[in-house]
Design a protein around this ligand. Structure first.
Ligand SMILES: Cc1ncc(COP(=O)(O)O)c(C=O)c1O
Length: 284
């Protein structure tokens, strides 16, 4: 199993558990400083890792949580499909911000909770599996709703539903699903292409301002690696203190991840708000 070296733990520990249980090997391709002084896990290095014999699965965040790097999912999906390698994508940092097309990108499995860029409530999310793989991926959580006769309670015909509903084992989080549905309707009424275009404008503006104020930009932006997240660092000001100062004194929320500051404006943010953040960040 191949993944990135700086990957969100939700996409690492399950594979460590698989390593413990089944003896698979987890290969983490390291993050590097690129020619523009940005941090990224290079496409060529991931491709080289896939080139090793006995690779069965690539599991990657579409957008990495600590660098904001958007991977070239289309290219990786093409290579995986060509070699019979399964491709699992964590879409939580891209769905709702950037276009995703599971078929065009040759994604086999896609998972995401709805509470980030999709603006849904926590505790409701989505899972996609390519139809052809249903019988290769046996549900690990099985309940009354996993089977075809899910209303015929006393008839214990243990036959899974013919589609991905076999993974929905019991009563769902209905209130969460309703909120998630409403959030998706709202996003679709704006349109994902318009949202992505807006995020490019806002994040470009933020990066320009940060550079003028002497911050080091961590997020790669070239070759379509940009995303809605801007990760940056300061050589002078402690990151935790900056984050707390913004929260307390200005009601501005940014995060600290892997010793980096991370700002994640969404389409509803304004240029004025980006400028307000820049104005209150200390210079170098
Ligand atoms: C890449 C990535 N995956 C997953 C998650 C969330 O995972 P979970 O819904 O399991 O808390 C996050 C959020 O912080 C993330 O950045």
């Amino acid at each position: 199993v191949v993944t990135a070296g700086v990957e969100y733990p939700a996409n690492v520990y399950p594979w460590m558990e698989a390593a413990r249980k089944y003896g698979i090997e987890l290969v983490m391709v390291p993050e590097e400083t690129d020619e523009n002084d940005r941090r990224q896990v290079r496409l060529e290095k991931i491709l080289a890792a896939l080139d090793q014999p006995r690779v069965r699965l690539l599991t990657l965040s579409h957008v990495e949580f600590a660098s904001g790097q958007r991977h070239d999912i289309t290219q990786l999906g093409k290579v995986c499909r060509g070699r019979g390698i399964l491709f699992n994508v964590d879409g939580i940092q891209s769905l709702g911000a950037l276009p995703v097309d599971v078929q065009a990108m040759n994604i086999d499995f896609l998972g995401a909770c709805g509470h980030k860029w999709m603006c849904g409530p926590p505790g409701a999310g989505l899972f996609y599996i390519r139809r052809d793989l249903l019988d290769r991926v046996r549900p690990v959580i099985i309940g009354a709703s996993s089977v075809i006769n899910d209303q015929d309670y006393g008839n214990y015909d243990f036959t899974f539903k013919p589609d991905a509903r076999r993974y929905e084992s019991g009563t769902p989080n209905l209130s969460g699903c309703l909120g998630f549905g409403a959030a998706l309707q709202m996003l679709n009424s704006v349109g994902i292409d318009a949202i992505a275009a807006r995020l490019k404008v806002l994040t470009d503006r933020l990066i320009n301002g940060l550079e003028l104020r002497g911050y080091q930009i961590v997020s790669p932006r070239a070759n379509n690696a940009w995303s809605g997240m801007v990760c940056f660092s300061s050589a002078k000001h402690p990151h935790e203190e900056l984050m707390k100062m913004l929260r307390k004194e200005h009601k501005i929320e940014i995060a600290v991840r892997e010793k980096r500051l991370r700002a994640s404006p969404h389409f509803y943010n304004t240029e004025t708000q980006i400028d307000q953040l820049l104005e209150v960040l200390p210079t170098h």
